[in-house]
Design a binder for this molecule. Structure first.
Ligand code: MN
Length: 303
């Protein structure tokens, strides 16, 4: 699809869609932008329900040609804006089902969803939909947190900090590579859990020191791969608008450059935990929009 022509209509004008792309109709499209505005499973600062609209607003400056990957992603993917999945505030179980069905509907048409969260709990129903269509998938998970805690508040199993453990328990995942981890943890035992769960996990120090090695591990994965990016993997100096910020993270350049190097087969992609109310400068939303743009560019090279 083509963006609204900026030579005729300024970039601050017109209704907000992702990158000023058309709203999806029944055309032959390979990738869509879709919002999942749900933040009831967040454990600290809320506001990620405003992520999709914030990211659309922050995407207005994206242009059609990506010179670093030599591609026109929107045109190649025939990408459009699918609108939002209607999450129900206050009703986690119902919302999980609605997300799973909504994403399944998209991927059953062989479209790759680029999903704007929402808090990180939304990734669990997305992965359930992926499993239904593709079987077990690989997961690349960028985050400052492990997200494999068992429960919160005593016995609550479904939160934005437990989705990864649930996904592993439910047998949704093949290989898991997570990177960027740096948050303090509840106990040293959390590090033991990492070994027990059998995932490849890299701290921010490892990510900074051996980025090429981590990329080559990711690029050697076989089969379908889902990419889930918690914006808090980026330093709050670059991405302050998020629910559980952790200092000492990636720069915006580092994450963009990381994504450009991915060669794994992408079947879905999310950017979650963008909470625009905590960021009056729109930096976080603009970064999230650019991360999606780079992910779409990488996918466009795989066609
Ligand atoms: Mn996180």
């Amino acid at each position: 699809m083509r963006q609204i022509d900026p030579s005729k209509s300024p970039r601050f004008a017109q209704i907000s869609t992702f990158a000023r792309l058309p709203i999806c109709k029944e055309e032959d499209v390979r990738a869509v932008f879709v919002g999942v505005p749900f933040d009831d499973a967040t454990t600290f600062r809320p506001g990620a329900r405003f992520g999709p609209s914030g990211i659309r607003q922050g995407s207005r400056l994206l242009r059609e040609y990506n010179q670093f990957l030599d591609t026109y992603p929107f045109e190649k993917l025939n990408m459009c804006d699918q609108g939002d999945i209607n999450a129900i505030p206050g009703f986690l179980d119902d919302t999980m089902k609605i997300i799973e069905n909504g994403i399944y509907e998209i991927i059953s048409k062989n479209r790759v969803p680029f999903i704007a969260g929402g808090d990180h709990s939304i990734t669990l129903p997305v992965l359930r939909a992926m499993r239904k269509k593709y079987g077990k998938v690989n997961l690349i998970h960028l985050d400052s947190h492990y997200d494999f805690w068992d429960t919160y508040w005593g016995n609550k199993k479904y939160t934005h900090g437990t989705w990864l453990r649930r996904a592993l328990e439910e047998g949704l995942l093949n290989e898991v590579v997570q990177a960027g981890i740096r948050a303090s943890t509840y106990s040293k035992d959390d590090l033991e859990d990492k070994k027990k769960l059998g995932i490849k996990s890299f701290t921010i120090n490892e990510m900074k020191e051996k980025i090429e090695e981590i990329i080559s591990i990711i690029n050697s994965l076989n089969g379908n791969t889902y990419i889930s990016i918690d914006i808090d993997v980026v330093d709050p100096a670059f991405a302050p608008g998020t629910g559980t910020p952790e200092v000492g993270g990636l720069t915006s350049y580092e994450i963009i450059n990381f994504i450009r190097k991915l060669k794994t087969k992408i079947i879905g992609f999310d950017v979650v935990e963008v909470s625009p109310p905590y960021d009056v400068s729109e930096l976080t939303s603009m970064l999230a929009a650019n991360i999606i743009y780079e992910g779409a560019s990488v996918l466009s090279l795989q066609l």
